[in-house]
Design a protein around this ligand. Structure first.
Ligand SMILES: [Zn+2]
Length: 424
């Protein structure tokens, strides 16, 4: 959380950060350098660690229902009618929205992962696509879990190494309660063997795991640990709202990271995760918007403010998650949660994913100390101040306009496809 006033960021031709520092002592400009002067503040591009972004197609569908009823009666029937093209357009519109809010990386869990990857590549953003394996009513056309897993592994193999540095493919098990045990172990083994990020929903609502817990006589995290699900090096547990002290100890022991989704958790009345306890235990925590059908937007700035608000309400401590810690969640914390030391911080060697916010605004006045800047970013600024965005040094948003997506077409495609999905 170092503040350079004024500061510089030196970016190399590959789109990596060469140097960051005080602009009164800039690096010598070589002949192949161009210098661009900007006002406001430059931050690392935000990292949205838990998202089902193509659900832009379902925004506003089935409001005000309990989680399971919402999934079974509204979401899954519509998703059952979705095809790869629908996913592509849902993701394309989402990419425009994410970039406009300064979110340069999102970790996605969705069907038709290849369509998600294609949309991200076309939009110029960055993603970790954890291809979802799910067995649910109406989803039979996706095939059994084994064939879904094979498809996901195949896509990952195609993007392994440096095929496209903006795309990483991981694996996802939707949840312990939507998959048989042998599927969970199969997915975890595949992730471990290939060192893929492994994502799963855990303890989102209070009673979702009740049947499993009764059957196995232990909590879902304890069950997942027992069957080896936490053995891969990078495991990301979304939500993790209802965890006991023992569950927390398991996360710490196994190095499981948490994708905290405060807005989705409050909107769906799921509860408030123990974020300050996670951080105290040394568990990596990033922020997620969750899908746009349960949020209902992809604005990570809102999460960065809601997270500390909820922790203060939960603990009764006005010192919980100060601005530096809150701002750390969607940046450094997100990169840690994804196991990606190349993102989330402006420092040498990391990707030049940059966001510029305009500070000539009441939200940033007065600014007496560096700490005021951090406080204003969390408590009074918002995504409306994001003006420019770069991904790997390439400008993708200029003056609030997304340069890489035909937004008007994307809106029309999503509108028309959503109508079809709703009516069948
Ligand atoms: Zn989710």
């Amino acid at each position: 959380m170092t503040v350079h006033r004024p500061g510089f960021v030196d970016v190399d031709h590959a789109g990596r950060i060469e140097d960051v520092g005080d602009a009164t002592q800039p690096p010598p400009a070589g002949t192949d350098h161009t210098t661009q002067r900007v006002s406001g503040v430059l931050l690392p591009g935000l990292v949205n660690v838990h998202c089902h972004s193509p659900m832009t197609l379902l925004r506003g569908s089935g409001e005000d229902l309990p989680l399971l009823q919402w999934l079974e009666e509204v979401v899954w029937p519509r998703e059952g009618r979705m095809n790869a093209d629908d996913t592509y357009w849902g993701m394309t519109l989402a990419c425009a929205e994410l970039l406009r809010f300064g979110v340069t990386t999102s970790c996605e869990m969705y069907f038709y992962p290849e369509a998600v990857v294609d949309a991200v590549r076309d939009a110029g953003s960055r993603c970790v696509v954890t291809a979802a394996v799910l067995v649910a009513p109406g989803m039979e056309h996706l095939g059994g879990w084994q064939s879904q897993l094979d498809t996901a592994i195949g896509l990952g193999d195609r993007y392994a190494g440096d095929a496209d540095p903006r795309v990483e493919v991981g694996l996802a098990a939707h949840a312990a309660y939507t998959l048989p045990i042998e599927a969970l172990t199969g997915i975890a083994e595949a992730a471990g063997q290939r060192d893929r990020l492994l994502q799963i929903h855990v303890a989102e609502s209070q009673h979702e795991g009740a049947e499993l817990e009764a059957e196995h006589g232990k909590s879902v995290p304890a069950l997942l640990e027992d069957i080896g699900f936490f053995e891969p090096r990078r495991v990301l547990a979304a939500h993790s709202v209802w965890l006991s002290d023992e569950d927390l100890a398991i996360y710490r022991r196994a190095g499981v990271a948490v994708a905290h989704c405060p807005q989705s958790n409050t909107k769906l009345a799921s509860g408030i995760a123990r974020v300050t306890d996670f951080l105290e235990a040394g568990i990596a925590v990033g922020l997620g918007t969750d899908g746009p059908a349960s949020n209902n937007d992809l604005d990570l700035w809102e999460e960065a403010r809601l997270a500390p608000l909820l922790q203060r309400a939960r603990t009764g401590e006005a010192t919980a998650l100060p601005a530096e810690a809150a701002l750390g969640l969607p940046t450094r914390g997100g990169a840690q949660a994804l196991g990606r030391p190349d993102l989330g911080v402006l420092e040498r060697g990391r990707w030049a994913d940059l966001v510029r916010l305009e500070t000539a605004d009441a939200a940033f006045v007065p600014m007496l100390t560096d700490r005021d800047l951090l406080a204003h970013l969390v408590w009074s600024a918002s995504s409306r101040h994001v003006r420019d965005v770069w991904v790997a040094g390439r400008r993708v948003v200029a003056n609030g306009v997304v340069l890489t997506v035909d937004e008007e077409r994307a809106r029309a495609e999503v509108q028309q496809r959503a109508e079809r999905l709703a009516t069948g």
